[in-house]
Design a protein. Structure first.
Length: 195
């Protein structure tokens, strides 16, 4: 089924977090620039923290909310998103927005990486030197939305591929194991001469 993001998500614009607000220890925050430079598809912990006075003023993402970067210097990075999988709320800075949905949030984040979404995004962003993807435009994007159980199955498959391709500690040993089995098979086949 094709639906607009606005029909399945509530949008909240982030506000007021600057790099100068970061402290070594404090309350968890996500800065928009880190979404496309330091985070993957999801996060359980933040890379940055702010003091309580700053944190209290920020918009908050709840567990399983999507946090999307809405400003970048290029079209590719704007619209990059992650699912907040932490246990507590997280402060969100300006140039980002929170998407709250009853759908599978990770499915949506994976969908945002598709060529179908990228083509729409290119038509919905504004700006030349600084690219903006305003929530009022994000809401217009049309996505394919299967039933929730199908979304979960797709996420499970894509998570496995992501682990295999990005986590060397898990992906590389499995690849080596598969190549070893392949080698043994071909070795035995090639060296099995019939008398």
């Amino acid at each position: 089924m094709r639906v607009s993001l606005g029909s399945i998500c509530d949008f909240t614009r982030g506000n007021g977090l600057q790099k100068k607000d970061f402290v070594a220890n404090g309350f968890p925050v996500i800065h928009y620039g880190q979404i496309y430079t330091r985070y993957g598809f999801s996060a359980r912990e933040t890379l940055s923290f702010a003091e309580k006075a700053v944190f209290d003023k920020l918009k908050k993402a709840q567990p399983q909310d999507i946090v999307m970067a809405t400003t970048s210097e290029n079209v590719e990075d704007v619209g990059k998103a992650l699912v907040w999988e932490g246990k507590e709320e997280v402060g969100i800075g300006g140039h980002s927005c929170i998407l709250h949905t009853e759908q599978n949030a990770k499915y949506l984040v994976y969908y945002f990486m598709t060529n179908q979404f990228k083509i729409q995004k290119e038509k919905l962003v504004v700006g030349t030197k600084v690219i903006e993807f305003y929530p009022k435009n994000i809401e217009k994007a049309i996505i394919i939305l299967p039933p929730i159980d199908t979304q979960a199955r797709i996420v499970s498959i894509l998570d496995k591929f992501d682990t295999l391709t990005s986590d060397l500690s898990q992906g590389l040993p499995k690849e080596i194991e598969q190549r070893q089995k392949q080698y043994e098979y071909f070795r035995d086949s090639l060296l099995n001469f019939k008398s």
